[in-house]
Write a protein of this length. Structure first.
Length: 236
């Protein structure tokens, strides 16, 4: 074969191999960058963590056994009172920002217990808005609450030994409920508006027997005015 032809063939082969490798690399990179999406009909799982590309936790869906403690800026603290299943929400810093929990059971004596709780938190603090429903041994209650929370970060409390918590709260501002709307265990439907110290100041209530009242109270909790007046007969 003519040397020139042989050289041309070698050049073409080299070009073909190089082109094939380039195409394969482009296809591989495209596949690697393509968002993977799977469709499943059903999945059994104990816990799901929703994370950002950098690993920041944004949501947890979990059963009771795998439910996390309190997480603030990606650090997890023990939460001794949290034994439940549900969903937790986290902000952009990986700090708990609210949640939805639920549960219920009946013991050997037939006593029923059930609860549901949806809440949203203040920045680096506890819940400021909640919706709750609960039943415990025949006592039932459901309501919506709005709470004023202090501005000190909750980590100030978490970094103190639990045995010193009582001393801690005596030197730090405490949360106070401001609004409650719900149905209490007394079967009355009520709206309670409170002052900054958590004292009832206006209470609108419809009792279990259907009788309505509006009460105005002073800071000490004394009723200063009521409609209808306690001496006014109820109108049927």
């Amino acid at each position: 074969m003519d040397p020139n032809v042989r050289r041309e063939i070698r050049i073409l082969k080299t070009y073909a191999v190089a082109l094939s490798l380039t195409i394969a690399a482009v296809l591989f990179m495209g596949a690697a960058n393509e968002r993977k999406k799977e469709k499943l009909d059903e999945i059994d799982v104990q816990r799901i963590n929703i994370i950002e590309p950098d690993g920041t936790l944004r949501m947890v869906i979990s059963n009771q056994s795998a439910f996390p403690g309190l997480i603030v800026k990606r650090k997890e603290y023990e939460h001794q009172d949290r034994k439940t299943a549900g969903i937790l929400f986290f902000n952009e810093e990986g700090t708990e920002n609210g949640g939805l929990i639920f549960g219920g059971s009946k013991d050997a004596k037939g006593n029923k217990q059930s609860y549901g709780h949806l809440s949203f938190d203040r920045y680096e603090q506890d819940q400021v808005f909640t919706i709750d429903a609960g039943e415990d041994a025949g006592r039932t209650e459901a309501g919506l609450s709005i709470v004023d929370r202090p501005d000190w970060p909750i980590t100030d409390l978490l970094n103190v030994p639990r045995s010193q918590w009582k001393d801690f709260v005596t030197s730090h501002p405490l949360p106070h409920a401001r609004i409650y709307l719900g149905r209490g265990d007394d079967k009355a439907a009520s709206l309670k508006l409170k002052d900054q110290d958590g004292h009832d100041r206006i209470v609108i209530k419809v009792a279990a027997d259907g009788s309505p009242t509006i009460q105005f109270l002073d800071q000490a909790g004394k009723v200063v005015s009521q409609m209808p007046s306690p001496t006014t007969p109820a109108v049927n």
